[in-house]
Design a protein around this ligand. Sequence first.
Ligand SMILES: Nc1nc2c(ncn2[C@@H]2O[C@H](COP(=O)(O)OP(=O)(O)OP(=O)(O)O)[C@@H](O)[C@H]2O)c(=O)[nH]1
Length: 298
Amino acid sequence: MTTTRCGLVAIVGAPNAGKSTLVNRITGAKVTIVSPKPQTTRFRIRAVVMHAGAQIILVDTPGIFAPRRRLDRAMVAAAWGGAQDADIALLVVDARAGLTDAVRKIAEGLAKSHHPIWLALNKTDLIPRERLLPLTAELNAILPFAETFMISAEKGEGVDRLQDRMAAAMPPGPYLFPEDELSDLPNRMLAAEIVREQILRQTHQEVPHHASVETEQWTENDDGSVRVDCTIYVSRATQKAIIIGEKGSRIRTIGQSARIELTKLLERPVHLFLNVKERTGWDEERARIRAIGLEDMG
Ligand SMILES: Nc1nc2c(ncn2[C@@H]2O[C@H](COP(=O)(O)OP(=O)(O)OP(=O)(O)O)[C@@H](O)[C@H]2O)c(=O)[nH]1
């Protein structure tokens, strides 16, 4: 009998800690898009990695976790709820910067969590080894970490071991993402991210960061172009109206800008279709995120 394992690892850390570098190192792909505005980082899926038979879903904080529509909500709930003990928050710390106020604040927030918290001291290539132990001790005084890793995300040092340990720690359970969709996943996420970025640019602060974007369909056409269908989920009708704009003017601008950007990034013609939908149930998601102490930090 084959048993699969699947779980979520939240990558947490102060700005510049090396979170994106670590995610890119683990996935071997550039799937992380930096938003042009500060403080727009939300809780979202950064990457899905298969490793040693486990599906590791790397998620970003803070914000709201928005499962793709096609995922069974009950499965996602199980990932957060039932399997909660086995899921991990990984605190990435810039070892050279050390215990800054930002790191302290995040560590204190995480200390309230019932999740296992792991520590990755990053950028170990930049400081002498003997500085690592005192820093580990200082951090462990704030919160006892279940595991500690010394890594250099940039150089790849220690990352294999971290990944092995993550895979082993994932709870038994079905994969949340079908394996045959994984090859498209970075592109799907890229498209969703580009659309979300345009929403933030075009709506400024009018729509709080409550809109989530999911790529529902990714269709390769014979002529080399790709058709991308994205749904923008909002929690209120007023937000929907803002995103659509007067006679659809804003959604058109969002779509046009996102299409231009995507065409550039994918280096092929893109046909982008956007759909705005209201989705209730945010409160439930938020409660789950609050439960692990990841909300409103950073
Ligand atoms: N020398 C060294 N530099 C690193 C390492 N990891 C990341 N960096 C550098 O640190 C800087 C910040 O890395 P990012 O991965 O963008 O950090 P982040 O935590 O994602 O930052 P935010 O997006 O601001 O939250 C970049 O210039 C990286 O090249 C490392 O292990 N060693």
